[in-house]
Design a protein around this ligand. Structure first.
Ligand code: GDP
Length: 526
């Protein structure tokens, strides 16, 4: 195997999807602990608030105790190199999350075992379905009283429409949680409480029939044997092909807080999860082991480092190798640019990267020339597809306190929309600036950032817009007529794309009926 093929084969790039409070942050800490990235788990949140987060809107994040940033962590595990892309867990900023999911090859779904499948998990699973992303599942918080594990799996199968294959099975729960039985290894792994901050010394009993098990578990041993019999009969067996097709998920049980079971999941991840996958462009599919460098920008973030008030564009490498100082074609603007000092994300911290390969993420300093969805290549003119904008659901008119600063406001809003922080709409019929968001917190962030980064003070006013759609038509005449007749509701977005801003859902429905040659899109591709 060539070095490039070997580097690619070694990599796994994934993200965690979950409902807020299911335990994503805690699992991330433990995963990094296993990656030896942190000496002692428990510093991920602390670090965010202490070292990096200094700008105003990050202060806001801190105050509200939520994470609005998407960061990247790379760590070694079992001879593999794992990239974990963090996704904001809060209801707001889901657009960032969606776009991050286009940059991974697999996902870990974390479920609070006391609560089962929750609403946000359902939404995120819908997004992973767009690309049939393989999903691993971790049933968390077994150290608490949870729901019946069979019932939990049934719920996942029914609500999320994915087959469940238990890899481990819990023994007891809450105060009586004893550990798990590993169905593939035929091993009982015993849990010790109070060891959440360390990598536990493994206490393993080999074989379900082992009399040692009766010593350890007492009467529970017999129950376990019966239950496993039942589970094996009633559930799906793990099937690699079905997993890779996104049709079946291996299920692990444990407690992130107690750092138990996370390693079983990681073992499964590095063994089964796909290596960096090919990605489609408008002209062809790009293979990760191609020599020529290529990648796409899925996320732009401001001011991670208060010392550098620039923005970082996160680029997923699709093929080839990045090396410090290399040149790449910035396809949209048709120019070759030098990657002077891209960042990598080893062990949760930013550091200068010398080399990176397909599956890795690098951070490019962006001085305003990079937009979401931009493609970089070794020279070929092609564009990666599938990085979406979502129709916002909340709208406000934004107004300046000082009318002389209109230019800065425009500039700020357009830049913030380019990085996906918010969407802007400029109606054809007047000079309003309408801000559209998917989550309400976005509005606060935009005003805070306009003030700190663009020195403009702005306020919001309510506006009668219920939803927006991007409009296109193959028929230029029909589109012209639509623009004329529907003028009151036509606007341009931050990238000058034609949109329809509907005052009510009924209005939208009528417009769709009235203009059958015009297509109304809920998402726009960058
Ligand atoms: P996130 O919102 O998904 O990132 O969730 P966090 O990791 O912040 O966890 C939410 C809360 O659940 C925190 O108070 C955690 O300490 C707690 N938690 C996470 N995992 C476990 C677990 O395995 N057992 C128990 N009892 N609590 C947990």
């Amino acid at each position: 195997m060539s070095t490039l093929a070997q580097e690619v084969a070694n990599r796994r790039t994934f993200a965690i999807i979950s409902h807020p409070d299911a335990g994503k942050t805690t699992i991330t800490e433990k995963v990094l602990l296993f990656g030896q990235a942190l000496q002692k788990a428990g510093t991920v949140k602390g670090k965010k608030s202490g070292q990096h987060a200094k700008s105003d809107w990050m202060e806001m994040e801190k105050e509200r105790g939520i994470s609005v940033t998407t960061s990247v962590m790379q760590f070694p595990y079992a001879d593999r190199l794992v990239n974990l892309l963090d996704t904001p867990g809060h209801e707001d900023f889901s657009e960032d999350t969606y776009r991050t999911l286009t940059a991974v090859d697999s996902c870990l779904m974390v479920i609070d075992s006391a609560k089962g499948v929750e609403e946000r998990t359902i939404k995120l699973m819908e997004v992973t379905r767009l690309r049939d992303t393989p999903i691993l599942t971790f049933m968390n918080k077994l150290d608490r009283d949870t729901r019946d594990p069979i019932e939990l799996m049934d719920e996942v199968e029914e609500v999320l429409n994915i087959a469940c294959a238990p890899i481990t099975w819990p023994i007891g729960m809450g105060k009586g949680f004893k550990g798990v039985y590993h169905l593939l290894r035929d091993e009982v792994i015993l849990y010790q409480s109070g060891q959440g901050h360390t990598i536990q010394e493994k206490r393993v009993v080999s074989g379900l029939d082992n009399p040692e098990l009766d010593e350890c578990l007492g009467s529970m041993a017999g129950d376990l044997r019966d239950e496993i019999e039942l589970v094996k009969g009633a559930s799906h067996e793990f099937d690699l092909e079905a997993f890779l097709a996104g049709e079946l998920t291996p299920v692990f049980f444990g407690t992130a807080l107690g750092n138990f079971g996370v390693d079983h999941m990681l073992d499964g991840l590095v063994e089964w999860a796909p290596t960096p996958q090919a990605r489609d462009t408008d002209t062809r599919s790009v293979n990760p082991t191609e020599d020529g460098f290529s990648g796409f920008v899925f996320k732009i973030q401001a001011n991670m480092d208060p010392q550098h008030r620039d923005r970082i564009a996160f680029l997923r490498i699709v093929s080839g190798k990045y090396s410090q100082g290399m040149k790449a074609r910035h396809v949209r603007i048709g120019k070759d640019v030098r990657f002077a000092d891209a960042l990598t994300f080893m062990a949760g911290d930013r550091s200068h990267a010398d080399e990176a390969y397909a599956g890795d993420i690098i951070g490019l300093h962006n001085h305003g020339t990079i937009q979401l969805g931009d493609t970089f290549t070794a020279g070929e003119d092609m564009k990666f597809t599938g990085i979406p904008n979502f129709a916002p659901e909340l709208f406000r008119r934004i107004r300046l306190k000082d009318p002389l600063k209109a230019k800065q406001l425009q500039k700020g809003l357009v830049q913030l929309s380019e990085e996906g922080a918010v969407q802007v709409f400029r109606p054809m019929k007047n000079n309003d600036l309408i801000v559209g968001a998917v989550g309400v917190l976005q509005f606060d962030v935009v005003v805070a950032r306009l003030k700190s980064e663009y020195k403009v003070e702005a306020v919001y006013e309510p506006i009668n817009v219920a939803t927006a759609r991007w409009v296109t038509s193959d028929d230029a005449k029909a589109l012209d007529e639509f623009k004329r007749k529907a003028n009151d509701f036509v606007a341009l977005d931050g990238a000058d794309q034609l949109t329809y801003i509907a005052p009510t859902m009924v209005n939208l429905q009528l417009a769709e009926e009235r203009y059958p040659d015009v297509k109304f899109h809920k998402t726009r591709e960058h």
